[in-house]
Design a protein around this ligand. Structure first.
Ligand SMILES: C[S@@+](CC[C@H](N)C(=O)[O-])C[C@H]1O[C@@H](n2cnc3c(N)ncnc32)[C@H](O)[C@@H]1O
Length: 396
């Protein structure tokens, strides 16, 4: 755009609207042209029409003598993503407002969950601490997975979900038993590359949170020993996970150990922080993941400001109650966000729940889908499912 004297420009040459004029009319009556000029330049002042009429031409007058100009629009059709190098999925390609380079939302680490409102700066231009991204070999290393994901799919038959299902069928109880809803094992994403992207998003989020990956409850003498986790200590008892569901749990655990993860991706949202999205449809009553981390006594963590603490055991004797603390180690469960318990829209978002079970005499916390979850949907559970302690008024 040419500087036609209507829109002032700042010293760097950009058009600035900051000097839109606001000025009391009476101060300008009979004022000298210099005073008018000085006042005009003061920010936050507007000239009365009479003065404007004297000093400025109308738009019609300007247009009558103006030459035609071709306004060149920036052409972004050739912009490629700085991470993956390709320019497809243009609706997911963010342009940095400083360097004009392109980045796919899903190629960034952390993954950007929604198109930012207002201006956006790429990681380099905004000078934010770099979030580590994980190429394929580093992802497998991060999760301490020995075999490649491909080999888990094909060669190691014992780990494929289909085989597990077959095995489960062989072990199924007699048909005459009362029908009960069984947990379903998660179905990993079919696409090998998408699975690696999912793992890479989780590895980046864990690394950014200074956490190690750990898919089990972690006991230590310094915090709480394994012997402290006895489901029989639970006040009023805790529901027992049926044998078939324990098999499903073991199956899901074995899949994760082999690098076959639930179809989830960890994204970053400027409002909610890290958040988990379904990368493929998830059926109702699917066992999504277990809540893991260091086990400690609740009493020792009462003033802990880590916001991922999860109740594991609520004992009759409060000194024996346990919590899961995913501050140093944990898995994807620690990035699941919560619903706002105080709004109808908040409650509508819930699509999974955190349930405590007695698994072979030990308390465990499982995250289970409570309805069908579509690809791309975010996963939310009720942080106040059992107690009413978590403040969720500010949740969106
Ligand atoms: C267990 S963490 C969940 C992961 C977290 N978003 C992160 O970035 O690590 C719980 C914290 O996430 C944020 N959070 C969870 N659900 C939210 C929601 N619906 N809206 C906004 N913030 C939320 C709150 O700061 C909360 O204390």
């Amino acid at each position: 755009m040419t500087n036609n004297g209507i829109l002032p420009r700042s010293s760097d040459g950009r058009v600035s609207t900051q000097r839109t004029m606001l000025l009391e009319p009476e101060r300008l009556e009979g004022a000298s042209p210099n005073l008018v000029k000085d006042e005009v330049l003061k920010p936050g002042r507007r000239l009365p029409c009479s003065v404007l009429a004297k000093n400025y031409k109308s738009m019609t007058e300007i247009l009558a003598v103006a030459k035609y100009a071709v306004l060149e629009r920036d052409d972004y059709s050739n912009v490629n993503c700085q991470k993956c190098g390709c320019g497809d999925k243009s609706d997911e390609l963010l342009l940095c407002d400083k360097c004009d380079k392109g980045f796919h939302m899903k190629c960034l680490r952390p993954i950007v969950a929604r198109v930012p409102i207002g201006s956006w700066l790429c990681p380099k231009c905004c000078g934010r601490r770099r979030v580590r991204s994980f190429p394929q070999d580093k992802v497998l290393e991060f999760f301490r997975i020995q075999k490649s994901c491909e080999s888990c799919d094909t060669k190691d038959g014992s780990l494929s979900p289909q085989d597990y299902r077959k095995r489960r069928r062989r072990w199924a109880p007699p048909v005459f038993q009362k029908k009960r809803r069984r947990l379903l094992p998660f179905i990993p994403h079919k696409d090998h590359d998408r699975r690696l992207t999912e793992m890479s998003s989780l590895a980046s989020a864990l690394a950014a949170s200074n956490m190690e990956f750990c898919d089990d409850l972690h006991y230590s003498k310094a915090l709480a020993p394994r012997s402290a986790n006895q489901a029989k200590l639970e006040k009023g008892g805790v529901q027992v996970l049926p044998r078939e569901d324990i098999e499903t749990l073991e199956q899901c655990k074995a899949m994760c150990k082999a690098g076959i993860f639930p179809p989830l991706v960890v994204c970053y949202d400027s409002y909610e922080g890290f958040t988990v999205e379904a990368d493929a449809p998830i059926k109702d009553w699917t066992l999504i993941t277990e809540y893991t981390g260091d086990i400690d006594f609740l009493e020792r963590r009462k003033n802990d400001d880590g916001d991922g603490l999860m109740t594991l055991l609520l004992a009759d004797d409060p000194s024996k109650s346990l919590v899961i603390c995913p501050d140093k180690r944990g898995n994807i469960a620690r990035f699941f966000n919560g619903i706002n318990n105080h709004t109808i829209d908040g409650k509508k978002k819930q699509n999974c729940k955190c349930v405590r079970y007695d698994v072979n005499g030990e308390c465990r916390v499982l995250i289970v889908a409570t309805r069908h979850i579509a690809e791309g949907e975010r996963l939310y559970y009720d942080y106040n499912g059992q107690e009413d302690a978590y403040p969720t008024h500010h949740f969106i």
